[in-house]
Design a protein around this ligand. Structure first.
Ligand code: CTP
Ligand code: ZN
Length: 169
């Protein structure tokens, strides 16, 4: 048997039986990402392995809740608020687990914020945020997408379009 503590008992979940990617010691597990979206999530987080990050990805893993899901395990790294904000837009079902010394020390769903600042670039070339002015892009988060507070350009009725404009400073 593994060296896990006595807290597993009879409550062993399907995830334990279906564990495909090893547990991590310290870092962040982004769970319940829609199946097939893991590489997009890594892309918007700017994680490509070039900095030596230790990252494990499970794609299209069976999930009770979602049917299939992607799971990302990023070692020795916690997410910034801006990164969480972007995740809330592209992976609203995601759960973020902070792991410390093998234990889940924090677990939260991503919250769709009312506005996001400094994480998306406005597609309008005439927008004040597109010039050299020191103005951080800010978008109101609406049901139908996100809207630039300066020029009212709407972005994100198309998910790919939104992803294209992610720009985490
Ligand atoms: N995990 C990990 N390394 C650890 C602890 C947890 O990679 N040392 C992963 C688990 O594999 C799981 C996620 O972090 O993908 C959340 O762990 P846990 O809360 O133990 O799992 P569940 O209870 O199944 O989570 P949920 O209720 O959110 O589905
Ligand atoms: Zn704008």
């Amino acid at each position: 048997m593994s060296g896990r503590g006595g807290d597993v008992g009879n409550g062993q979940s399907d995830d334990d039986h279906e564990l495909r990617v090893t547990k991590i010691r310290n870092g962040t597990v982004i769970d319940h990402v829609s199946g097939g979206l893991a590489l997009t999530v890594l892309g918007v987080l700017g994680i490509d392995g070039s900095a030596g990050e230790v990252v494990s990805v499970g794609m299209n893993v069976p999930s009770d809740r979602l049917g299939r899901k992607d799971v990302l395990k990023i070692e020795k790294r916690e997410l910034t608020q801006n990164e969480v904000d972007v995740l809330s837009l592209i992976a609203p079902e995601a759960t973020i687990n902070i792991v410390r010394e093998y234990e889940v020390a924090g677990k939260h769903r991503v919250d769709r914020p009312e506005e996001v600042s400094g994480v998306l670039s406005c597609p309008n070339p005439d927008c004040i945020t597109a010039g050299n002015e020191p103005v951080a892009s800010t978008f109101d988060v609406l049901d139908e997408g996100v809207r630039c507070v300066y020029c009212e350009t709407i972005l994100g009725t198309d998910q790919a379009d939104l992803i294209d404009h992610v720009d985490i400073g």
